[in-house]
Design a protein around this ligand. Structure first.
Ligand code: SF4
Ligand code: SF4
Length: 487
């Protein structure tokens, strides 16, 4: 009996020390994240755990824990702790829809998206008075009033940096430095390359396993943080060309053929620090920097595959053949979130996507279930924080265009971008999946990707620690638009 009591006491000490250390890690993590509110709560939490440890040691010291009452309380505490751990760590039933990728979202007739209809193409490519302008609004008159008004605000980012005026200048310069890179890489021989003459037309005979390893390794080596492969579902290929960047108007409205069987889809991480400044101008530097990096990776990967003797087309900011998010879902990079972005396990929605389509035989990845749909049902933080009310607050998704999803209002979101002169990114910043991947957040992530109860618990904890409307984070010195304005 004496030995059992001693073992129980030691387990208690080890458990409480481990708990206090995790609390301390979380406190340090919050300070590193520069989260004032979370640091205060994490500090209080650590203090509470530390006091419990001291009280426990004191009770051992005075012999209380070895009394009948003390032992009964100790056993009750173990039962409670074991039950809580079991309930939080048990793997709950998978989401069959998520495991099917985008096929799990199809709930009706889905038509291929016409690229001419997306807000960017309407804003950027339709020049008032041009033949394309007249042809488009003859076919889609419902867009004309909105588009005319939106054009008065300027291009996709309005007048860049408006929200930070009169201090936006250097940040706009940094943004535009990156924006020009995808433009340089969007000529046909850049996005759809020919093999290098040095290779004399050789076609390499690679088996799919080896080809997959080589293209994934190359993409990672070039800077991709996540890489997946999917067989292309033709539904996600645009039906007609709508974005024109090099005065090649003969392509406007042209049918986009589904030429390749596979897509290599990749994601690059957006800096936690820069996204944390959204909607201010540093977040737009980060978005454009990632688009430039995506164009660089996609172009090199397409050239690599062309040199292997296969056809390949790069998709990036200035040349998309397909919708990136559905391809990424099918390639097993993550799930579609309420905010309309892909949510990955590794980096949450803090990513930008690029892809290369090809006829090189590859091995596709499987879609993943990380519990995003279930988390988004309870969370809604992006919808609550969205300044233009563009993200639906209703719990359930609706069927839009044959797909079961939360329908982002692209028009109101885009109008807000035009007013503030950045791409906002508030929804990305506040999403609980966007936290820096510090040790405590990795533990939380492991729990919420597997367990429903953990999703509920940590959604509430996120509101407590970070607030229902998390604050903008401090801005790196080099990207400040007005020192001290955010304090
Ligand atoms: S980018 Fe901003 S305006 Fe657009 S949906 Fe996200 S939070 Fe709303
Ligand atoms: S903020 Fe919440 S509701 Fe919105 S996408 Fe992220 S997890 Fe889902």
């Amino acid at each position: 009996m004496e030995i059992i009591a001693t073992i129980l006491l030691v387990i208690g000490i080890v458990g409480l020390i481990a708990q206090a250390l995790i609390g301390l890690c979380f406190f340090i993590s919050c300070i590193w994240e520069k989260e004032k509110r979370a640091s205060v709560f994490a500090g209080l939490q650590f203090l509470g755990m530390f006091i419990v440890l001291i009280v426990y040691l004191y009770l051992i010291g005075i012999g209380f824990v070895k009394t009948n009452l003390g032992l009964a309380l100790l056993i009750a505490m173990y039962i409670f702790a074991s039950l809580a751990a079991f309930l939080l760590m048990k793997k709950t039933a998978p989401n069959p829809k998520a495991l099917k990728g985008t096929k799990g979202l199809i709930a009706g007739d889905v038509k291929r998206q016409d690229e001419r209809e997306i807000v960017f193409a309407r804003n950027r490519s339709l020049i008032p008075g041009s033949d394309q302008y007249k042809a488009f609004y003859r076919e889609y008159p419902e867009y004309e009033a909105y588009d005319t008004k939106r054009r008065e605000l300027g291009g996709p980012l309005g007048h860049p940096g408006t929200i930070d005026r009169p201090y936006e200048g250097p940040n706009v310069a940094a943004t535009l430095a990156s924006a020009s890179i995808p433009m340089h890489l969007s000529t046909p021989n850049a996005f759809n390359p020919q093999p290098h003459p040095e290779l004399k037309g050789k076609k390499f005979d690679l088996n799919p396993e080896e080809a997959t390893e080589r293209v994934k390794g190359y993409a990672r080596n070039r800077g991709a943080d996540l890489v997946g492969i999917t067989e292309i579902n033709p539904l996600w290929v645009y039906s007609n060309r709508g974005e024109i960047f090099h005065e090649n108007w003969e392509n406007w409205g042209k049918e986009i053929k589904v030429e390749h069987k596979y897509a290599i889809v990749f994601a690059t991480e957006m800096s936690f620090e820069m996204v944390g400044t959204g909607p201010h101008s540093p977040t737009m530097i980060e978005s454009m920097g990632n688009y430039a990096q995506g164009a660089y990776i996609a172009t090199q990967l397409a050239h690599f595959i062309a040199n292997l003797g296969y056809s390949a087309t790069a998709s990036h900011l200035r040349h998309y053949d397909s919708l990136m998010v559905p391809l990424a879902v099918d390639a097993g990079l993550g799930e579609l979130g309420r905010l309309g972005y892909l949510i990955t396990k590794e980096l949450g929605p803090r990513v930008r996507l690029g892809a290369v389509s090809t006829d090189l035989p590859l091995i596709p990845d499987k879609p993943m279930d990380i519990g995003v749909e279930d988390f988004c049902w309870i969370c809604k933080k992006c919808a609550v924080c969205c300044p233009s009310n563009s993200i639906p607050l209703e719990k359930d998704q609706t069927i839009v265009g044959g797909l079961l999803r939360w329908k982002l209002n692209a028009e109101t979101c885009f109008e807000y971008w035009g007013k503030i002169g950045t791409d906002c990114n508030i929804c990305m910043r506040v999403c609980p999946w966007s936290h820096a991947r510090t040790f405590p957040h990795r533990i939380i992530l492991e729990l919420i990707t597997k367990n429903r109860l953990a999703r509920r618990l940590f959604s509430i904890m996120d509101d407590i620690f970070y607030g229902k409307k998390p604050k903008v984070k401090s801005i790196p010195k080099w990207a400040q638009f007005n020192a001290g304005i955010m304090d």
